[in-house]
Write a protein of this length. Structure first.
Length: 358
């Protein structure tokens, strides 16, 4: 059977990680930063977050080429006060910064019970879910959220002028079994999902957008009109006031709390991030936390399923199952994505990984 651009081709996860790392190094990124960025992109791909996986690599290479992403040095400390730390990320690679921010938050939570890290002027951070297990595997809860102050695609509920963006939030909590892993946008769609649908030239399955006049739309092209369309807040036309409130909370915790957000000059693709790590031992006690969390997880899984549902799962279970399968059987990638990366690889002299045997 011939392969078309719509047919996915499977690759070994380790081979893709090495390929992404080699491309980033060839483009000028230091090896330690390239290793972290590659790991996070492929981890996102394995979890099934395809818009925030390897599809980001061409954009990261573009940002390296045009100077939008800084490559050398470390974040600058803005304020360091006990359990709280604020960094200026200096537009350094987001995944590299995020891994270090998680480690800082956990280290402070280990000492103080809670640890909070605020990062202004990070570059794009890729998939938020990829960072959660770094904390949960050590027994800590982790909440993280971010905005891109340079991009507006979501209007306040009832409005048509974009002010916010899809403003994701993520939360990880350990249990006696798999951790609870939440990764969600506070809008009906992420910007990446809209862009992917627009690139395919296909309408959305639901009217999750407003056109520039404020009418519901399934056309992803309305995002690029004048005046621009917008993505509806989570909850859509019926309950979007809730998603709007969540999105505003994200803005206040990120750009506002870090001291660098939408009130400042647009500096292009960036992120303002907030991370909070919690040590159960500092609250009701680790043993009591586990007892309660395990009961809750079991009760949710034991809930009688509605018709058409095989069984109830916890947030993150499907993604972790997908990760196990892709590490075992290979990571499926659209042929068009590998063609685009192959062009960059040829220009940079990086060998292309071979597909896994069918």
């Amino acid at each position: 059977m011939s392969t078309t651009n719509a047919d996915p081709v499977c690759y070994d996860a380790d081979a893709l990680t090495g390929f992404a790392r080699a491309l980033l190094v060839a483009a000028g990124m230091p090896a330690d930063k390239a290793a972290d960025v590659a790991d996070v992109l492929i981890e996102g791909e394995c979890l099934g977050k395809t818009t925030h996986g390897l599809a980001l690599l061409p954009h990261y290479l573009r940002e390296i080429g045009n100077g939008g992403m800084a490559l050398e040095g470390d974040p600058a400390i803005v304020r360091d006060q006990g359990a709280c730390l604020t960094w200026d990320g200096r537009k350094l690679p987001g995944p590299w910064l995020m891994l270090r921010a998680v480690d800082e938050a956990v280290a402070r939570a280990r000492r103080f019970g809670i640890g909070a890290v605020s990062v202004r002027r990070s570059h794009h951070t890729a998939c938020l879910a990829t960072y959660l297990r770094r904390a949960t595997e050590q027994g800590f809860l982790l909440f993280l959220t971010l905005t891109d102050p340079g991009h507006s695609s979501v209007a306040p509920f009832g409005g048509t002028t974009p002010v916010l963006t899809s403003n994701p939030l993520a939360f990880g909590a350990p249990t006696g079994g798999p951790p609870v892993l939440v990764d969600m946008a506070t809008a009906m769609l992420t910007n990446g999902a809209v862009a992917a649908q627009r690139a395919r030239g296909e309408p959305l399955p639901h009217p999750d957008l407003l056109d520039g006049a404020g009418s519901p739309s399934t056309d992803p092209g309305v995002i690029a009109t004048d005046p621009p369309g917008t993505i509806l807040p989570l909850g859509g036309l019926n309950a979007g006031h809730k998603g709007y409130a969540l999105g505003l909370m994200v803005e206040l915790l990120t750009g506002c709390l870090s001291g660098h957000g939408r009130a400042d000059k647009n500096e292009g693709w960036s992120a303002a991030v907030f991370l909070l790590a919690l040590d159960p031992a500092a609250f009701g006690g680790e043993e009591e936390y586990r007892r309660q969390a395990d009961w809750l997880a079991s009760a949710c899984r034991s809930s009688a399923p509605r018709p058409g549902v095989e069984h109830v799962t916890l947030p993150g279970e499907a993604s972790l199952g997908r990760r196990r399968q892709r590490l075992r059987e290979g990571v499926p990638l659209p042929a068009a994505l590998m063609e685009a990366l192959s062009e960059r690889a040829g220009a940079l002299g990086v060998p292309i990984p071979a597909p896994r045997p069918a």
